[in-house]
Write a protein that binds this ligand. Structure first.
Ligand code: NAP
Length: 282
């Protein structure tokens, strides 16, 4: 399979993005890890994991700088996602934050720019700024993160709000609340959901139910956890790894097809939601 054969999903504007990308939280902070982290990101690019998720918040710009270094000379291969902090998400602050991110990334545009979570700035003001950035070509599309169904309804009522391209939320086997309402609603309207912390920051490793399924397929428990997130249409997973070997494993998780028995066993260990729950955040 060549990188271009990676399964994709469509953003509302028709742009196709790979369903498996790479996160970068906590990357770029430790100089001793830098070479390994860059190699990990580049290994991911070689394997087709070309959607890179970063944020101005991560290491106060360190992650964006690391990503900039990793993609130097390869910008055209990458679908670049960054995020504005809620406190910066004013009419002027959003534009300044975006330009600062672009400088750190060494890029002339972002493919997708997300409001990291809801803050005090009125949504209408942030959306106006994001729409301005889209029109000026600094960003190709914008979206939100950590928005619950009520936030999304409010967004729909704001001028330009219909241009939202994704909602990035916490989703993994231990965080299934979104399956009750948010995920089906997003799937019904063709809004991709970007699943962050898809392996619960590594804490799912060693879980007995995952281990049992993993043993049946001869894979690792985190590969099962990732394949489980990726089983859904319209879901993009962005695991973070600073190790090339783990990135390869994550890529291989895309080829793992979980059976009905696997899914029932995982449901028994990680109960699906039976009523609406508050959206969890990390
Ligand atoms: P995650 O991807 O669930 O887990 C990352 C951890 O899992 C790291 O410690 C990593 O260690 C380990 N790991 C990854 N693949 C592995 C493998 N195959 N085998 C063993 N260990 C593995 O957690 P996350 O970083 O919180 O979430 C992913 C990304 O989502 C973030 O990096 C960030 O880009 C985004 N995010 C967004 C928000 C938001 O509010 N929008 C919040 C949290 C995260 P190694 O590095 O050693 O491989």
């Amino acid at each position: 399979m060549t990188p271009s054969d990676l399964p994709t999903t469509a953003l509302p504007d028709g742009t196709r993005v790979p369903v498996l990308g790479q996160g970068t939280w906590n990357m770029g902070d430790d100089p001793r890890r830098r070479a390994d982290e860059i190699l990990a990101l580049q290994t991911g690019l070689d394997l087709g994991l070309t959607l890179l998720d970063t944020a101005e918040m991560y290491g106060d710009g360190n992650s964006e700088e690391l990503v900039g270094e990793a993609i130097r000379g390869r910008r055209d291969e990458v679908f670049l996602v960054s995020k504005v902090l809620p406190d910066h998400a004013t009419r002027r602050g959003t534009v300044e934050a975006c330009h600062a991110s672009l400088r750190r990334l060494g890029a002339d545009h972002l493919d997708l720019y997300l409001l990291h979570w809801r803050g005090r700035v009125p949504l209408a003001e942030t959306v106006e700024a994001l729409e301005g950035l889209r029109q000026s070509g600094d960003i190709r599309a914008w979206g939100v993160s950590n928005f619950d169904p009520g936030d999304l309804r409010e967004l729909a009522g704001v001028p330009g709000g219909e241009h939202v391209a994704t909602n990035q939320v916490l989703y993994n086997l231990t965080r299934r609340g979104t399956e009750f309402d948010l995920l089906p609603a997003a799937q019904a309207r063709g809004l991709p959901v970007m699943a962050y912390s898809p392996v619960e920051q590594g804490r799912l490793a060693g879980n007995a139910a995952l281990r049992a399924v993993a043993a049946r397929h001869g894979v690792s428990d985190l590969q099962v956890a990732l394949a489980w997130v990726l089983r859904q249409p319209g879901v993009i997973a962005i695991p973070k790894s600073g190790r090339a070997a783990h990135v390869r494993e994550n890529r291989a998780a895309l080829d793992l097809k979980l059976t009905g028995d696997d899914l029932s066993d995982l449901d028994a260990a990680f109960a699906p939601p039976h009523r609406a729950q508050d959206l969890e955040m990390l």
